[in-house]
Design a protein around this ligand. Structure first.
Ligand code: TXA
Ligand code: MG
Length: 331
């Protein structure tokens, strides 16, 4: 059955617009909703049975913990058992926003949310619809990205519906998301370290505390222990992805190639060319939509022109490398 779609303008909405979604959440059901990063598939984080549905709908293995979304620092404290000074400082600097912190978990959080870990990932999103939904429900929301396991995360409600459509009851359509990549995940258990790079980058984090950079290899090889969601095959479109110059189109012996081009230029024969923004924020905002569009066009290959290599582009490199490495999946 097709899901009920609620259209909500993030810049102008009434609480009444969200009431049906709040009712669903409080009845132990799932609602897909926009955040500033990607769309999430939300359930009451304190209701273990509701959270179990999330894993079923996504086809996600139970060993992958979820992020708990809150609408205040107070609420974040209620789902954690320790709130170190560094967490307070990070929260003051980056919340509400695209930063997730991993901290020791409170007993009130069901084990299914954290996949049995004694830590919990917590985030206070900036998106007005996400914030209002959490506030009105009066409970934190467990929510992974609203896509089938290992697929590309959704940055529009249409992406959500295409990926999970007939399995969902309700989708809040708040238009395209702003950041476009999943939040930065930082562990504050032990010395602070990045588990998943995001658009809050290492330079931003370093303004608050010394934070160890993300170690790509560690989380690919030791997947279960550290940050299970970082398995390689994550973020992969159906097409094969290569990171190389658009001129390599000529050696790809295939009909239709998608090209994410940076420098612009003339049309390319038998190619579906998408000219990408040259600034990292704009690029991140459009990356997943570009990959989704290549898949919809039926591209067999996607050529991604290599972007600049500096800290502002770290999260983008992380996602495109993963998209390009589908074969050596560790799952
Ligand atoms: O931007 C985002 O973070 C989006 C929106 C919806 O908020 N959510 C998202 O969730 O990307 P998901 O489930 O696709 O990714 C959650 C990430 C995974 O990499 C997971 O391993 C990590 O957070 N994570 C969750 N709990 C953890 C924990 N206790 N320890 C370490 N990593 C954890
Ligand atoms: Mg995900």
């Amino acid at each position: 059955m097709a899901p009920k779609i609620i259209n909500v303008d993030p810049a102008a909405f009434d609480q009444a617009d969200l009431q049906p979604a709040v009712d669903k959440i409080l009845a132990g059901e799932l609602v897909a909703f926009p955040t500033e990063t990607v769309y999430g598939l939300g359930a009451n984080a304190l209701d273990g049975d509701a959270v179990r549905h999330i894993y079923q709908v996504k086809g996600r293995p139970p060993g992958n913990p979820l992020i708990v979304h809150v609408s205040s620092i107070e609420q974040a404290k209620s789902v954690t058992s320790e709130w170190p000074e560094v967490a307070q400082q990070m929260a003051e600097q980056f919340w509400p926003g695209p930063l997730t912190m991993v901290l020791p978990k409170a007993d009130s959080v069901p084990d299914i949310v954290t996949a049995g870990l004694d830590t919990v990932a917590v985030r206070f999103p900036a998106h007005p619809i996400a914030r209002a939904l959490i506030e009105m429900a009066g409970t934190p929301l467990a929510a992974p990205s609203a896509n089938r396991y290992t697929g590309i995360s959704p940055t529009t409600a249409q992406h959500v519906i295409r990926s999970l459509g007939d399995q969902l009851d309700m989708v809040i359509d708040g238009g395209p998301t702003d950041v476009g990549l999943e939040s930065t995940v930082v562990s504050l258990v032990g010395p602070p370290h990045v588990l998943r790079p995001g658009m809050v980058d290492l330079d931003d984090l370093s303004e608050v505390a010394a934070v160890e950079p993300h170690n790509d290899r560690l989380y690919v090889e030791d997947e279960a222990a550290a940050s299970p969601g970082m398995a390689r095959k994550h973020y992969a479109p159906s097409a094969r992805v290569v990171i190389t110059s658009p001129s390599m189109r000529q050696v790809l012996n295939t009909k239709l190639v998608g090209i994410l081009r940076l420098a612009g230029g003339p049309p390319i024969l038998d190619a579906f060319v998408i000219d990408m923004p040259s600034d990292p924020d704009g690029y991140a905002r459009q990356l997943y939509d570009a990959l989704h569009r290549c898949d919809e066009q039926g591209c067999e290959y996607i050529v991604i022109e290599p972007p600049p290599k500096n800290t502002r582009w770290d999260a983008i490199w992380n996602r495109i490398r993963r998209a390009a490495s589908s074969e050596e999946s560790s799952e």
